[in-house]
Structures are given as C-alpha cells and as structure tokens.
Design a protein around this ligand. Structure first.
Ligand code: GRF
Length: 205
C-alpha cells in the first residue's frame, strides 16, 4: 500500500516508519511514497529525503482557511496515489471533510493510553493525574480529536522521579514500536473500520 505521512516537526515516528517499511527482512506491505510537512524547517523532511522519499511543504499560512489548506494536502496525497495516511506529530487539526474522505485509511499516534489524556500535554496530564502507567495509542482518526478506534497500545510504567521530559522519552521509544506495528496491520488488511467506527479484526485477538 502506498502511504503518505503528515508531519510538523522532528519526525522520529516517521523515522521508525521509514526504517520499518524499508527493512527487507520485514517484507512490509507498506511503502512510504510522500511526506508532507506544514513547516519548512521540520527535521522529518530530511529523514524522508535520506530514504529518497518525495517531500512537500504546504504551509498552512499560505491558505485563507483550514478547508483550503486541507484540500491542497488532500490533492497532493491523491496525486501521489496514496492509499493510507499516517499522522506523525502533525500539529494541525484536520477538517471533517478531510477526515471523512480518508475514513478507514487515516491513522494517528497519541502519547497516552487513550481515551485518557487527549489533546496536548498528555505527559503532564498523566503526571498530574498520578497514574502509575501511561503509554501510547495508534488509532483511526475521527473528526473528534484523539477519538477513533484504537489499533495498538504500548504501556510504559511511570517512575516516581519521572518528569514530563523523561516520560516523553520513554513513551517515544514505545511509539516507535507501536506505529510500525499498526501501519503494518492496516496495510496487510488485517484490520478494517466498519460503518460504526469499530474495528473488524481479520485475525482472532
Ligand atoms: C509524538 O509524541 C506523537 O505521539 C505526538 O507528537 C510527537 C511527535 O514526535 N503526536 P515525532 O515528530 O514523531 O518525533
């Protein structure tokens, strides 16, 4: 399956997806064909270029509305023949129109065990709540932020001396395991989204 990845920054999750899909021993069903960033200085763009993957910068500032920006992103993805879209640290909220048009083929990673700690500052929220375990979730994207059926989760125990920074580091390591796993399941057709927004698992769980 042809995959497009949307980023805004560092792109370590993009790196994990590139490493996985380009590892011949993994025999991946996914191929990253396009990386789009809304920021010209996103480090992830360089990571894509290192793998000879096409990149595109589409600055949201060049558009008068979210709808117009999303339509341009959508056009680039469609023109590249993309079949699955991964959000990897993409810091723009996508319009309903965009989300609906990629239903069942649009996934995101969030640095918490959803449905807990949605939105930004997930690690601070986890520390404030005093939970002893947090983690990350790869999920199908719904119009509502950080909602949508969960595909893969990885857990991370919280140490008493963890800070937002140390926790972010630990969770990020697990994100790099979870995201390739989830993309692979989708690309192989092992999961599908039904009309109710629930996952149909092809293999028994
Ligand atoms: C990750 O923590 C991801 O869960 C969140 O944004 C961060 C992106 O990191 N949505 P990177 O750009 O992949 O390094």
């Amino acid at each position: 399956k042809r995959v497009g990845v949307l980023i805004s920054g560092g792109g370590t999750n993009l790196q994990a997806l590139l490493d996985h899909t380009n590892d011949p021993t993994k025999n991946s069903a996914a191929e990253i064909v396009l990386v789009i960033s809304n920021k010209v200085d996103a480090k992830g763009l360089e990571r894509a270029r290192n793998f000879n993957v096409a990149t595109k910068v589409i600055s949201h500032k060049d558009f008068s509305s979210r709808v117009e920006f999303d339509r341009q992103v959508n056009k680039e993805l469609r023109d590249a023949g993309v079949e699955i879209v991964c959000l990897a640290g993409f810091m723009r909220v996508l319009t309903g129109e965009f989300v609906r048009s990629w239903k069942g083929a649009l996934i995101n990673i969030h640095p918490a065990l959803l449905p807990l700690f949605k939105g930004t500052h997930a690690h601070r929220q986890a520390l404030d709540a005093g939970v002893r375990v947090t983690g990350c979730s790869v999920h199908f994207v719904e119009e509502e932020i950080d909602a949508g059926a969960i595909i893969v989760q990885e857990a991370v125990p919280i140490a008493l001396d963890d800070t937002e920074e140390t926790l972010q580091e630990k969770v990020l390591m697990r994100e790099h395991v979870a995201y390739p796993k989830a993309l692979e399941m989708l690309a192989r057709g092992e999961i599908q989204l039904d009309d109710q927004g629930k996952i149909i698992w092809a293999t028994p769980k």
